[in-house]
Design a protein around this ligand. Structure first.
Ligand SMILES: [Zn+2]
Ligand SMILES: [Zn+2]
Length: 175
């Protein structure tokens, strides 16, 4: 087995040797690592996932440490572009508008059970688990939650976890 690391997202997946031979010279196969070769590796702290990464090849560590992302100060949304959070905030406003006066209507699901259909976005929710109700609550809460929210630039990976709470977030909440 070979471990493939997506250079853009840092996501790691394991593929067969056969698959690796097929993709080794494509961007997908950009950073590859033999599973058996755990020497010369290092784990980094993923500031988005809040967890340690799998062991990464030592040579790629500087690339990871330079990776900058933009994060919403009000929620866990992250994006790569400078305007990603702006778009996210805009989408939240539009979503709330679409859901103004939205309700849940019963509708028969494919399995014969009664589901709940959101008149705001057309998504069908399982009738049982209160998902539809939670969905509407989330849509409506997102607007006050994002009042004063802004975009902060941060490094996706670091050698050690940041102090809690993350300083830039504290500043943002009180600023
Ligand atoms: Zn957000
Ligand atoms: Zn909806």
């Amino acid at each position: 087995m070979v471990r493939l690391i997506d250079p853009r997202t840092g996501q790691v997946r394991e593929v067969s040797d056969e698959t690796y031979r097929r993709v080794w010279d494509t961007p997908e196969g950009g950073i590859a690592q033999r599973l058996s070769d755990e020497s010369q590796t290092n784990r980094l702290w993923d500031n988005v996932d809040g967890a340690w990464t799998l062991p990464l090849p030592q040579a790629t560590i500087p690339l990871y440490l330079h990776k900058v992302i933009f994060r919403c100060t009000a929620c866990t949304f992250t994006g790569l572009g400078g305007d990603a959070v702006l778009k996210h905030l805009k989408a939240i406003g539009q979503n709330a508008e679409e859901h103004e006066g939205a309700t849940l209507l019963p509708q028969i699901q494919q399995d014969g059970r009664v589901g709940l259909y959101c008149t705001g976005c057309g998504v069908l929710f399982s009738g049982r688990k209160g998902q539809g109700k939670k969905h509407l609550e989330n849509v409506h809460q997102a607007v006050p939650l994002h009042e004063g929210a802004r975009s902060v630039q941060m490094h996706r990976f670091s050698l050690v976890p940041p102090p809690t709470p993350v300083p830039s977030f504290v500043e943002a909440r009180h600023g």
